[in-house]
Design a protein around this ligand. Sequence first.
Ligand SMILES: Nc1ncnc2c1ncn2[C@@H]1O[C@H](COP(=O)(O)OP(=O)(O)OP(=O)(O)O)[C@@H](O)[C@H]1O
Ligand SMILES: [Mg+2]
Length: 360
Amino acid sequence: MTLFSHRQYISITVNIHQDNENAMPHTSIPADTLPPISVHAVPDRSVLARDVFGIASDMVVPAFSVQTDHVPDIDPTYLFDYETTLAILAGFIHNRRVMVQGLHGTGKSSHIEQIAARLNWPCVRINLDSHISRIDLIGKDAIVLQDGRQITEFQEGLLPWCLQRPCALVFDEYDAGRPDVMFVIQRILEVEGRLTLLDQNRIVTPHPWFRLFATANTIGLGDTTGLYHGTQQINQGQLDRWNIVTSLNYLPAQQEMRIVCSRLGIPQEDTQSQEKIRDMVALANLTRSGFMAGDISTVMSPRSVISWAENDKIFNDVAFAFRVTFLNKCDDSERPLIAEYYQRCFNANPFPEQASTTTL
Ligand SMILES: Nc1ncnc2c1ncn2[C@@H]1O[C@H](COP(=O)(O)OP(=O)(O)OP(=O)(O)O)[C@@H](O)[C@H]1O
Ligand SMILES: [Mg+2]
């Protein structure tokens, strides 16, 4: 597999439609008035989804030609899921508010980040944990030094800051946000939604290329699985304002295997390693069906499978890597069943030393 270096990849994506009739007008703004986040106030390129994300779609997507500090780094091994990518791209192209919901570690946050990376679209992620307050988002009066004197000045929070810039704002763990904080977000969920800064007597109008995304484990109706302690119900009036809600859960085994192999850089010809990854994904799927059936209370996410494969590479011992990646996180009473799943996939005991002790 050919891996492009970061810079090479950008220049490739960027040049695809340089002369395309769909290309956005090149409207850079004078250097002295540049917002720090982006060199161009509007996207100055357009790219084809098929070429850049490898999905079967003819979507033409606006993009920026210059990578700035706020653009995430490209993971050249990333594989894009068709539906999730389509939904997120609709968000970027048509200014739709897009929420990606799904079980943990399935690639929700990284899909948004990796799409932004390939579009050179500045992207800010905010973890909406229960400590985020209204003041963090909106801003507050702060004491600053000016000409050697202390003065009080309003410092914008991340919300008005992002809102005024060509930037993709991602609310991660959207269902963990405190209800009072969530109402601050409600207004900007509407595309024309202006944000009123009451303390400032100021109304902030969204930048035409500001984009808003969210990721969540639950769909806002509370945690029905018992996996997501700390999540809240989402106000239905607010959920209603998200234009697109897409689900990203466990993918078919073949696709998950391709993702893990791509992350680990395992080539197609390395059949031995490919088979090992296939067994790992098979075991992950056993934990998932065991969880659905109520047999165990911990599931192995795609993130854990990647982590297991990486740990295996470090320790060169698949059973030890399994214990430290997953088994040790499971309840004691469930370990024998999980060890049995391992036995079924790898035809070995994940506790070889324990097995020998028992025999003795
Ligand atoms: N399609 C993919 N291709 C390559 N790597 C992937 C893919 N999907 C997920 N990953 C990797 O799996 C890990 C978990 O992804 P991510 O953090 O996006 O999951 P998440 O769904 O946001 O999880 P959570 O619900 O816990 O926030 C990351 O290291 C990510 O790079
Ligand atoms: Mg996430």
